[in-house]
Design a protein around this ligand. Structure first.
Ligand SMILES: NC(=O)c1ccc[n+]([C@@H]2O[C@H](COP(=O)([O-])OP(=O)(O)OC[C@H]3O[C@@H](n4cnc5c(N)ncnc54)[C@H](OP(=O)(O)O)[C@@H]3O)[C@@H](O)[C@H]2O)c1
Length: 285
């Protein structure tokens, strides 16, 4: 099986060492597409390689790509284009979150967050578009409820995800007439290593925000124990969009995401109501 038109697509996925990226790369490969599964560091690609081997997927190439490094992105893109001569679909998935107040976050912690979750996808997309020219293209950007609602102690992450929302909407209007669809996936909590990999501002352990940050950390630890959306659900969506070669503007995944967006985003003009809805939801988490 491949695309709806029977053609296999050349797909680039970022952040495939675990979670949503790994499952999406595997799912796209199972659909018969030619997949470039990229990882920040090849030393962390064991889980991916084991899955590729177990499923006998000869159509997956594992490449190193640190999305926060322009030279690493350049090297990986050159390798893709040298082998496949084109790119049909790009899934900007790689990301992480640093938790901490703006005062506690160092400038380099903020930059690292934005370079990974926002500047990385912008640079990679900008340099992928020329390789989509002349064919139908698809760009999928991984967002979050945090791209719609600003949570406390999460400003650096929210900046990045709000940014990816604006980037996507703008680019969608620019590239739609040029036969390239650009879309967003807005997920709630997904059962991956995201919360294990979450970083905490180094200064937050002893600052005036220490207590609030500890409390937020406890919420995260509770969240980790729950079974939320399975990353395979997102992988199925990604593979389906790749197969179709096109997409609507945004896909909200997870009942928590739908609830959060419905009960807070649409109250944006009323900060009191929005604060109440967020407090109610945080208590549930
Ligand atoms: N899980 C959730 O609840 C949730 C909810 C909404 C949105 N999201 C978004 O979903 C995306 C995937 O996260 P996940 O849930 O699958 O978490 P995950 O299991 O932690 O996977 C994140 C992936 O991103 C990679 N990554 C981090 N920094 C990178 C960089 N500079 N260059 C290349 N790769 C990098 C990680 O690689 P390493 O192994 O090398 O660190 C890992 O492969 C992220 O954009 C996240 O913001 C997650």
């Amino acid at each position: 099986m491949s695309g709806e038109d029977g053609e296999e697509r050349v797909v680039v996925v970022t952040g495939c060492s675990s979670g949503i990226g790994l499952e999406s790369a595997i799912m796209c490969a199972k659909m018969g597409h030619e997949v470039y599964a990229t990882v920040r560091n090849k030393a962390r690609s064991t889980q991916l390689k084991d899955r590729v081997e177990k499923d006998g997927l000869g159509n997956v190439t594992v490449l190193e790509m640190d999305v926060s490094s322009t030279s690493s992105v350049d090297d990986a893109l050159s390798a893709v284009v040298e082998k496949s001569r084109r790119i049909d679909a790009l899934f900007n998935n790689a990301g992480f979150m640093v938790m901490g107040s703006l005062e506690d976050l160092t400038w380099s912690e903020i930059q690292n967050q934005i370079n990974t979750d926002l500047m990385g996808p912008i640079y990679l997309t900008k340099n992928t578009i020329p390789h989509m020219r002349g064919r139908r293209g698809l760009i999928i950007n991984m967002s979050s409820v945090a791209g719609k609602v600003g949570f406390q102690l999460s400003s650096a992450y929210c900046i990045s995800k709000f940014g990816i929302e604006g980037f996507t909407e703008s680019l969608r209007r620019e590239l739609g007439p040029r036969n390239i669809d650009v879309c967003l996936i807005e997920a709630g909590i997904v059962n991956t290593k995201f919360f294990e990999n979450m970083r905490r501002a180094r200064m937050s352990y002893e600052s005036r925000y220490a207590r609030e940050t500890d409390e937020m950390k406890s919420v995260v630890d509770r969240i980790k124990k729950e079974k939320w959306t399975d990353p395979v659900e997102i992988a199925r969506l990604v593979a389906d969009l790749v197969g179709r070669g096109g997409a609507e503007c945004r896909y909200v995944v997870g009942s928590d995401a739908r609830y959060l967006i419905d009960s807070t985003y649409h109250n944006r003009g009323d900060c009191g109501k929005m604060d109440g809805a967020i407090a109610e939801i945080m208590a549930k988490y």
